[in-house]
Design a protein around this ligand. Sequence first.
Ligand SMILES: Nc1ncnc2c1ncn2[C@@H]1O[C@H](COP(=O)(O)OP(=O)(O)OP(=O)(O)O)[C@@H](O)[C@H]1O
Length: 223
Amino acid sequence: MDKVIVAKDLSLAYSSSDTIINKVNFSIDSGNFVFITGASGSGKSTLLKSLYGALKPKNGSLIVGGVEIRGVSRSRLNFLRRHIGIVFQDYKLVKEWTIDKNIMLPLLINGYVKSVANNQVDKLLKHVRLNHQSGKFPLELSGGEQQRVAMARALAHNPVLILADEPTGNLDEYSSQLIWNLLEGANTQLNTTVIVVTHNIPKTLNVDYKHFHIEYGSIHEVC
Ligand SMILES: Nc1ncnc2c1ncn2[C@@H]1O[C@H](COP(=O)(O)OP(=O)(O)OP(=O)(O)O)[C@@H](O)[C@H]1O
């Protein structure tokens, strides 16, 4: 099976004095569904940031989608990110844009012509059960609805990898379940590799998943 991510002796830090992740080794196969847990401040978001190149390794090697993140050029990183969908706990939608335009952005970046992108946005809004909210702005939606827009944006360009940082952290049970269903669907139907940072692994998920736990700068596989 292809490896989507390979970390060798990977260390991550924000400054030269304190290392958050220290010489870890792990790999993730294409099509895996992976949970990353750990105490608050253990480095879960830091690890995720490194996977989309927002934080470069301090030492060691981190290969994502065949691209070595350490020393990667801006253009190569932009190319890699076209194959990644990212979901944040605080949604990170552009509030001045309609939800349709937010979802359309990755499609236009990936070279879709406007008419095809428009159709795709309609399909995605239906997929996340928000077609009735088309044309609205993010702040006119509830938190759960905004996160579903963020999910639609992450799924829009059929990414090979979805990275989600506490995607249900602020949501009620109904919205959380919808988000888990969407992530599960991407994984089982499209074979998208999914990596989720969370404090709580849902009990209702119908996928075989891997579970990595971060503690004291190390990562170990729980199952
Ligand atoms: N931009 C930054 N600059 C400097 N230090 C940072 C930065 N972001 C995070 N840190 C530090 O890195 C450590 C790990 O933070 P991180 O956000 O990765 O933890 P986490 O496991 O995701 O925590 P939580 O579950 O609370 O979100 C913390 O000590 C934090 O203060």
